[in-house]
Write a protein that binds this ligand. Structure first.
Ligand code: GUN
Length: 641
């Protein structure tokens, strides 16, 4: 069993991740939502909530401590017996009450000692709540005082939650995330956001999440205090939130409000229960309205909690198939302010570092909003840079001459090989060179016909003034500048330049390398050099994977570049033999490592020892201590390598 407080990533889609967080009472799989349970009024029993999908819950240690009967029972039997739940329980500290009443009668230390003595799985520091209306200096005080309190704890095996405050000020959120990450806490809630959620200030909220996430320790779960509404869950997860808690399921139930997947409705205005609701088969809408208050609250709380957990299931499935962005894109259309938050999120360029070159699911291009997708921007920037590399004539191949899914036709390849021109097609506004037509997302995409395809001639003329640009509408009789080159070789070189941001692709694939294509599909399969296999072109997404022999060429080409993982001497021999690299043996991970991409593994002297696929980005690699960092394909110490 993993040590308490360890967080291990199972699957990912950009910043979103499915992970396991180890607590003394079991594993919490993220993303997840902890229902808030008031120890004085238990409406749904933990057993009932577990049936709806609950794994963990949160309760308030301040309420327990100041209620003598509850405190006595909790101290004697533990909080798990008090609540009647043997799974993970997080306790909050009374911060909110301190904010509302201007203080509480206990110190931070007293609250933490109490949480520990009742056996809480995640104990929360008595942080200082700050609201979006707070001025800078007040918000700054909340950040600094919360940090001071975090420093009152010792590394004693307990899991502590230390809240990131900072109100609406990105600089304070960033600082708070950094200092709280450097303290002994191993769980990082983002606090002070309930007023933003209640006023639908989603743009402020996404800014708070983003500033916190990008500066937090990636190996610690990020929790959004109070953020459990199904409307906002998917966007928050996309921005990197792992956990949520929700009191809304019960608060809304008391007010006869029904949580739907994209809004909240009054029971009085609802004509029918949605078919997916657990209540749909039990009550008609009138029967539900006619229930006695207590019974109705319980029924609606059941429904509301089910709505929340259904949304979490969908989000997890989306992460697994790497289509969370697509899901969020639809979701944010349910409220104009959610759309504002999404547009703000799309503007964050640093999110790109966490994205792979390809996803398991097809790239959907529906409209110009999709141009903000990191995969789209990466491809566009690359294609423009490639076209700028030479001053050759640009030939735009008319759509009618190219298949959206098949490799370039042989007559186009023939034209390419006997010319020096740059042949491009218009892929949703990007002039994509012919060498990239089989690579994700170009070939693995579904594009709307009304998705705002720009006039590619006009945009190329703007970017490259004075360059000769020709539209090729008919292959017959078309004249291009004469030349002599190999399509297959130039293709693997261009893909290598894309994957590794290098212009030394002829070092990776020398002139005399041999390229084998599939007889059935005509697609490139393998590249060999000097009789040795050096690389394979993955059929699923058109990217290169390297063998040990190829890794040596790659290592030479990428001299001086920041794309390596350095491992300790303890790990060296295992990796040389082709075993995976574990996070805990990493001495240094370069910033330019891209998740899913081939990565060079070196020893402490900088000597190449293995190659494999990075499971996370270089930035994330520095934080984790558990799990596989590089899925090694070949070790250089194996006989024959
Ligand atoms: N519950 C909702 N917001 C907060 C917060 O900022 N801090 C704590 N400790 N609990 C909360």
């Amino acid at each position: 069993m993993a040590e308490n407080g360890t967080f291990e990533i199972i699957d990912r889609d950009g910043l979103a991740r499915i992970a396991k967080f180890q607590t003394p009472h079991g594993i919490i799989e993220t993303p997840g939502v902890m229902p808030v349970v008031n120890p004085n009024i238990i409406v749904l029993s933990p057993g009932e909530m577990r049936k709806l999908g609950m794994q963990a819950l949160i309760t308030n240690s301040y309420i327990i401590k100041r209620t003598p009967e509850l405190a006595a029972k909790a101290l004697k039997e533990g909080v798990h017996s008090l609540i009647g739940f043997d799974g993970p329980i997080m306790t909050d500290s009374g911060t909110f009450q301190s904010f509302v009443y201007g203080g509480i009668e206990y110190s931070n230390k007293e609250m933490l000692d109490f949480q520990k003595s009742i056996g809480s799985d995640i104990c929360t520091i008595l942080d200082i709540f700050s609201t979006p209306d707070d001025g800078f200096s007040r918000a700054q005080y909340a950040v600094e005082e919360t940090y001071r309190r975090a420093n009152e704890i010792k590394n004693d095996g307990t899991i502590y939650a230390g809240t990131i405050q900072g109100s609406i000020y990105p600089s304070l959120r960033r600082r708070s995330a950094r200092i709280m990450s450097s303290s002994a806490v191993n769980y990082l809630p983002i606090g002070g956001v309930v007023p933003m959620l209640e006023s639908y200030s989603y743009a402020n909220l996404i800014s708070a999440i983003h500033s916190a996430k990008m500066n937090a320790d990636f190996s610690k779960p990020i929790h959004l205090f109070g953020g459990g509404h199904p409307m906002f869950l998917a966007l928050s997860v996309l921005a990197g939130v792992d956990m949520f808690d929700s009191a809304s399921y019960i608060k809304y139930a008391r007010d006869d409000r029904v949580l739907l997947l994209d809004r909240t409705m009054d029971l009085s205005g609802l004509e029918r229960m949605p078919a997916w609701s657990p209540l749909a088969d039990i009550y008609t809408i009138n029967e539900l309205r006619d229930l006695a208050k207590e019974e109705r609250v319980k029924a609606l709380a059941t429904h509301n909690l089910f709505a929340i957990f259904s949304e979490i299931s969908e989000i997890k499935q989306r992460i697994a198939e790497q289509s969370l962005r697509r899901y969020v894109k639809g979701k944010v259309r349910s409220h104009p302010y959610l759309m504002d938050a999404y547009v703000k999120f799309l503007g964050y360029k640093d999110v790109r570092n966490f994205e792979s070159f390809s996803r398991k699911s097809s790239f959907y291009y529906a409209d110009i909003e999709d141009r903000k997708d990191p995969i789209y921007s990466k491809l566009r920037n690359f294609c423009i840079a490639e076209i700028a590399r030479s001053d050759e004539r640009i030939i735009i191949v008319d759509d009618a001459l190219v298949s959206p899914v098949l490799p370039p036709e042989s007559d186009l390849v023939h034209l390419y090989e006997n010319s020096t021109a740059i042949l491009v097609k218009n892929w949703n506004g990007i002039p994509v060179p012919i060498e990239m037509w089989d690579t994700y997302p170009v070939q693995q995409s579904v594009s709307s016909r009304s998705g705002g395809r720009s006039n590619i001639i006009a945009s190329l003329s703007r970017i490259f003034p004075g360059r000769q640009i020709t539209l090729m509408k008919d292959r017959r009789g078309f004249k291009a500048p004469e030349g002599n080159r190999r399509f297959d070789l130039e293709k693997v070189r261009m893909i290598a330049r894309y994957q590794f941001s290098t212009d030394r692709s002829s070092t990776i694939f020398p002139d005399d390398c041999a390229i084998r294509t599939s007889r059935k599909t005509d697609r490139i399969r393998t590249v060999s050099y000097g009789g040795e296999l050096i690389a394979t072109l993955r059929a699923s997404d058109g990217f290169l994977t390297f063998t040990a022999a190829g890794a040596k060429l790659l290592d030479t080409a990428l001299t001086g570049m920041k794309c390596r993982v350095m491992v300790s001497d303890e790990s060296r021999e295992f990796n040389l033999q082709g075993k995976n690299v574990f996070f805990k043996f990493i001495v240094k991970a370069d910033v330019d490592i891209i998740p899913g991409n081939d990565t060079l593994v070196v020893d402490q002297e900088g000597k190449l020892i293995a190659i494999g696929k990075a499971t996370v980005s270089g930035k994330e690699m520095r934080y984790f201590s558990r799990g596989v960092a590089v899925d090694v394909r070949s070790g250089l110490g194996k006989p024959g390598n």
